[in-house]
Write a protein that binds this ligand. Structure first.
Ligand SMILES: [Zn+2]
Length: 341
């Protein structure tokens, strides 16, 4: 398998986020990048570094004003007298407020919906590199004989065109899918991260040429809370092209894999030109998210099922957080996807 990455992805490493009334360890640590890279190196995959030269592919999905804000916000932040070292919003508009401010803290809240997206000096270079990894992965898939693994980090599937949320800043999978539509005509995104892909769903909500299927923990119980229900099926020309399968807390392998079978069946009916797998490992039984009980063998079986779709496939890394099992989940999935187990 061809693996795409970039070392700048490790430059973003804030150590805490504010949740449940306290500061907790920020889950998307830079160590995840090194764990994934160690696995693909040990497994002797072909590894290439993404060039960082396709900014326009990002603004094909994201609001240019939002992208410019992300790029500049930390430099503005550190000039504010008395502010802390990390840009974290603490005020947000709601659906009852519609005027975008120009003051920094208000603007930061405008582009985010929680405290889960801290911004440090290294955040923009890392999220830009992560998006470029997805872009290059899509480009290589067009010419490759093999599947491509875009080793994205920070993840992206929660990010909206002008909103950072859930440790996601730029929607890597959506950026890649849009490029693949241009080449293959239609694309299916299958998201197996334990959290619903609310950003990806929103971006392609009215699109008939991009199907989005997600298998995730019931949003009544977990983030992203405000989207991810089974009755969300798309609208207009995209009606019927969005397929959500929320599952109960503590779901183990068997029902999780049955849901993946359901997604695969919908993808086969849709008959896309290419497949993007939003590959999260936070459904794992040892993941600190604690939502599902998927085993190593479960991830391997998911890899076999998704490979059997038989489309040109781009794997895009999403969540999956620090535990002794994280690297093993990736190894098991990739081996099975390639038919090596
Ligand atoms: Zn997740």
């Amino acid at each position: 398998m061809l693996v795409v990455h970039h070392p700048d992805q490790a430059l973003h490493d804030p150590d805490t986020v504010f949740r449940t009334g306290k500061f907790i360890t920020q889950p998307d640590r830079a160590e995840r990048y090194r764990i994934f890279l160690d696995i693909v190196t040990a497994e002797r995959h072909e590894i290439v570094e993404a060039p960082l030269n396709r900014a326009e592919a990002i603004t094909a999905i994201h609001d240019p004003a939002y992208v410019e804000f992300l790029e500049s916000v930390h430099a503005r932040w550190v000039q504010q007298p008395g502010y802390g070292p990390v840009a974290i919003p603490n005020v947000h508009p709601t659906h009852r407020m519609h005027r975008k401010p120009t003051e920094l803290l208000g603007e930061l809240g405008w582009y985010s919906n929680s405290t889960s997206c801290p911004i440090t000096e290294g955040t923009w270079p890392a999220v830009f590199a992560s998006a470029q990894v997805a872009v290059h992965g899509a480009e290589r898939l067009v010419s490759a004989e093999t599947p491509v693994y875009a080793m994205c980090r920070p993840p992206g599937h929660h990010a909206y065109p002008d909103l950072m949320t859930g440790v996601c800043y730029l929607n890597n999978a959506a950026i890649a899918a849009e490029l693949l539509v241009a080449r293959f005509g239609s694309v299916a995104v299958v998201d197996i991260d334990v959290h619903h892909c609310n950003g990806t769903q929103f971006i392609f909500w009215t699109r008939p040429n991009v199907m989005v299927c997600s298998v995730h923990v019931d949003p009544r119980l977990s983030a992203p809370y405000y989207a991810g229900h089974a009755d969300e099926i798309g609208e207009g020309a995209g009606k019927g092209c969005n397929f959500n399968q929320p599952l109960p807390w503590a779901t183990p392998d068997a029902p999780w894999l049955t849901a993946i079978d359901g997604a695969v069946a919908r993808v086969r009916d849709f008959a896309p030109g290419a497949l993007v797998v939003s590959l999260g490992f936070d459904a794992g039984e040892h993941d600190p998210s604690g939502a599902f009980k998927v085993t190593d063998a479960g991830f391997a079986e998911a890899g076999r099922k998704l490979a059997a779709v038989g489309c040109p496939t781009l794997l895009v890394q999403e969540g999956g957080y620090l535990s002794p099992s994280l690297g093993g989940y990736l190894r098991s999935f990739l081996r099975a996807f390639e038919g090596r187990t």
